[in-house]
Design a protein around this ligand. Structure first.
Ligand SMILES: C[S@@+](CC[C@H](N)C(=O)[O-])C[C@H]1O[C@@H](n2cnc3c(N)ncnc32)[C@H](O)[C@@H]1O
Length: 288
């Protein structure tokens, strides 16, 4: 792939270039956060980052500029997330499967303290490119990055949800080596387009703080009835396991957590996903 053959072929809602018919509503954020106001310069910068990201792993979300997508701001719980970051002491936000961590950059720009944000992905190369995209360094951006596979027990052991008081001691985020150290400490977990990477029985994540109001939010392909659905990206067909709002609610309220421990809000919407307009499941699980 070269940086010039992609954008003209792809219709994306996320591209913050003025020459696109669908000019991203997040253009102002990118211009400020990256520090480039000129459209041509911004375009050249983003295309060069896309090319580097494609070399890290040639995934659909890179091809269709999914790494620029900011869905979290459109969820009803967004202001609550920012409030938790501002008001709850040591509130940690984990952006899991973050790709280039664009959503956590946005959350930081909107007021969640960046030094309490952990962005995690399978690919160290994507995390490194977060600094390239936003033209920051470890010295200038206080957020934390940790690479690893959530299915590696060294990174994340499947364990029951944390209950009772918040575990001691608080993790030192600057020395974080594994997500296991965050168990019971995450006030907010963002899982955008993450659970769709896996099959049904793997969809468990138990890092949430026991403090009431702690929440996990996400979006992924969904369906009115749960089951596998055919999808395609870059002309390649594949199956994605899709939950319905009902099956997603049952999974969290009664399986991952005991019945009544959480409030689950899950709804289907139409949205652009990897270049296609599909049904997506937008959801939030809040500890009661
Ligand atoms: C579809 S992308 C979504 C990226 C971003 N959250 C968004 O909304 O655009 C899925 C991300 O999950 C990461 N990922 C896939 N499998 C993973 C695993 N086993 N452990 C950690 N991250 C993983 C990929 O590297 C990729 O960046």
């Amino acid at each position: 792939m070269t940086s010039v053959d992609v954008p003209e072929q792809v219709s994306s809602d996320y591209i913050p270039f003025a020459d696109k018919a669908k000019h991203s509503p997040d253009a102002a954020f990118f211009k400020t956060a990256i520090g480039i106001d000129n459209d041509d310069e911004l375009k050249a910068h983003i295309l060069s980052v896309q090319e580097k990201a494609w070399k890290v792993a040639p995934w659909g979300c890179i091809y269709v500029f999914g790494f620029l997508r900011i869905s979290i701001v459109h969820r009803p719980e967004y202001q609550e997330i920012i409030k938790i970051g501002r008001e709850r002491q040591n509130a940690i936000l984990l952006d899991i499967g973050c790709c280039l961590a664009t959503e956590s950059r946005r959350v930081a720009a909107d007021g969640f303290p960046a030094h309490n944000i952990v962005a995690s992905d399978l690919k160290q190369g994507y995390l490194d490119l977060s600094h390239v995209l936003f033209r920051t360094s470890k010295e200038t951006y206080p957020g934390h990055f940790i690479a690893g596979d959530v299915f590696d027990p060294e990174m994340l052991t499947i364990a029951p949800p944390a209950r009772g008081p918040v575990p001691e001691p608080l993790p030192d985020l600057s020395r974080l080596m594994t997500l296991n150290s965050l168990r019971g400490h995450c006030s907010v977990i963002n899982a955008s387009a993450f659970f769709s990477c896996f099959s049904e029985e793997q969809q468990l994540l138990r890092l949430l703080s026991p403090v009431p109001g702690s929440l996990i939010t996400g979006i992924q392909p969904g369906a009115t009835v749960k089951g596998t659905r055919p999808h395609s990206c870059l002309g390649v067909g594949y199956d994605i396991f899709c939950h319905s709002p009902e099956s997603w609610t049952e999974l969290w309220d009664g399986t991952v957590f005991a019945k009544g421990e959480v409030r689950v809000i899950a709804r289907l919407k139409e949205a652009s996903f990897l270049g296609n307009v599909i049904q997506v499941l937008e959801w939030c699980v809040t500890r009661l």
